[in-house]
Write a protein that binds this ligand. Sequence first.
Ligand SMILES: *Cc1c(COP(=O)(O)O)cnc(C)c1O
Length: 333
Amino acid sequence: MKLARFARIRIAHAPTPLEPMQRLTQLLGGPNLWIKRDDCTGLATGGNKTRKLEFLMADALEHGADTVITQGATQSNHARQTAAIAARLGLQCHLILEDRTGYRHDDYRRSGNVFLDQLFGARLSDAAGGTDMDAAMARLAERLRSEGRKPYVIPGGGSNAIGALGYVTCALELVDQANDRELDIDTLVTATGSAGTQAGLVAGLEGARAGIPVLGIGVRAPKAPQEDKVFRLAEQTADLLGVPGAIRRDAVDANCDYVGAGYGVPTPGMIEAVTLLARSEGILLDPVYSGKGMAGLIDLIRQGRWRKGQNVVFLHTGGAVGLYGYLHAMPAA
Ligand SMILES: *Cc1c(COP(=O)(O)O)cnc(C)c1O
């Protein structure tokens, strides 16, 4: 797999640390728990969209773009990181934010990621829940083109094959770190939403024959459509990398039992996970993704999915800025 032939701008602070979580391991009494700190990628408080944007923004520049358009939920971490990198590259940034939760709380609508989007100078527009967001971006791109601008459209979550290359780099980085410290990883666990993160990890790990299974914990869709989405994108990513057919269908595993009432809607398990990581490890998770991902991991440990002595790595995908959009839902507030 040759990554060097893809245009890339270097923005991520990488390699991100791979750290043991000793107190959490002890508290749960299960496998050894490790954390891969992709919340520390350095771009505007970090997160998993940084690695994707290294390839997506390079592609935008190659296409001569002077403007980027993307979309996400009101408290989208992807929107915030896109706004930040656009500012750094001197590009205009348009964000279409979908009201997926219906929350009217001031913190949800104005603080957290929304506040930072505006600080980075992005132009925001709102869309009702259920809007066809791809169509909305296409309409906006058309309008901007008619005004003489050169827009580049980034899909929600930065999840296409180009964006997923960012998580191929993460997969290879993790394999190196594990080999360096002779760590035999039994499972890599990550939150999965728009699928680019898991698809890139699977493409990288399968392509490298690393023998590290990935478990996605879903935050929106049910299991069957989520796995289909991850698999399709992993295949497209493998095609782009020049290793077609490298992805086995059974390498794609998503557990979508921890979504709760819906995307972005808090669950008791999420609140427990956010609180537990804060108090045992001093680590901030987020309410929409990593909190639910960790809630799934904790529950599966309690169910005995892994033995003592096995090694489980949690990919921390970032998002803690979103906590400030959810003050109304968190017990400490
Ligand atoms: C976007 C996001 C995810 C999910 O990644 P996908 O590539 O969309 O599946 C997980 N965690 C955080 C904090 C995110 O912002």
